[in-house]
Ligand binder design. Structure first.
Ligand code: ZN
Length: 103
């Protein structure tokens, strides 16, 4: 994952919840089937909780049964996701989606 925003950990801790900090800054993983957006069907764009960049669109999201939000393609080349590999695509653990939706 490329860090587009450089901040000391203390700043990230203030900006993120403890779980968001763990997932995005410490390469943590939410427990399967526990994620806030795992079952979300709200239409819109999933965005990086750290920098707000587009990750993937709700129309590309599908239920994979893995317990994490899964999607068929990222919003754009170089989207702020942990990895482009299939395994990582089913676990967007380094870039937890935030609920911000496009108007
Ligand atoms: Zn980001």
């Amino acid at each position: 994952m490329v860090d587009k925003i450089k901040k000391p950990d203390a700043e990230w801790r203030k900006a993120l919840s403890p779980e968001q900090f763990h997932v995005t800054r410490e390469k943590g993983t939410e427990r399967a089937f526990s994620g806030e957006y795992y079952k979300t069907k709200t239409p819109g764009m999933y965005k990086c909780v750290c920098c707000g960049s587009d990750l993937f669109a709700s129309g590309d999201k599908f239920e994979s049964g893995t317990g994490w939000p899964s999607y068929t393609k990222p919003a754009a080349e170089g989207a702020d996701l942990a990895s482009r590999s299939r395994a990582a695509l089913s676990r967007p653990r380094a870039s937890r989606p935030s609920p911000k939706l496009r108007p």
